[in-house]
Ligand binder design. Sequence first.
Ligand code: FE
Length: 337
Amino acid sequence: MLKTLRSCALASFAASVAAPVLAEEVNIYSYRQPELVAPLFAEFTKETGVDVNVVFLKKGMIEKLVAEGKRSPADLVLTVDISRLNNIVDAGVTQAVESETLSANIPAEYRDPAGHWFGLTARARVVYASRERVKDGEVTTYEELASDNWKGRICTRSGTNAYNLALTSAMIVHHGAAGAKTWLKGVKGNLARKPQGNDRAQVKAIFAGECDIAIGNNYYMKKMLSNPEQVAWADSVRIIFPVFEGGGTHLNLAGVALTKAAPHKADAVKLMEWLSSSKAQEFYAEQNGEYPVKVGSKPSKLVASWGDFKRDAIPLVEVAKLRGASLKMTEEVNFDE
Ligand code: FE
């Protein structure tokens, strides 16, 4: 009822000044999959009456936003990986959001200090370890992955994949460029096979006996457990949360940014704030087996069952900015060769 009244008032006001009427809606360009976000937005619409329209993209989001310029219908962009969030900001197609709610709900290390992007869920880059062939306590740090103990025992996807580049960038933050390069060479020297496939393909390789440990994002455990063909892969491993020496477990983010064009800015900010609320945080994180970023919000029972860990505290904006350096380093050590 309230909404109808408000729309009428707006309509007559708009008619009197001959300006276009904007519907109560938010338009989103998303790299995240429909099944992860559709139930979330349905809940937002139910609570607020604001419709959410999502265009799901596989690539080309920045090019699309740049081409559309001021006439872009998009209000928000959703993506995973902090360097991708950073790239969107660097392309000049976002605007800063100042919101006490967002600042209060999202810890500073999980958002852009200038307010151009905000992390909404976090994923840990973990070690999947063979239940049969890896002893308890055999690996506790990322640094140890470069030690002789793991010669011929590690599987990983390409070193140039966004997830691995972020891990290498975090290693640079912790140990400097020279230290990180030595580490990366050490890990490469320990690989059981050429980097290939996605994170789940590494767990499959552990299941097949090709390697003993693999680097992967934590939520792939949930995906494997819900896929009948992959349950056996999941059952062959346990999750270990390595830490950086003197730090915690590496996290990456899925996040949101407000576009520069944002035709429905007020409703878009309302949705961003809603996504940072405890209820939305827990719901969103559960969909993909991730962790909420809001302090006090809990992961799902399944995710919690994999264990507790200390989150690495380095600001992820630093990690995002080192993407270029990590890529160069990964190529210099011929990681994928
Ligand atoms: Fe992923």
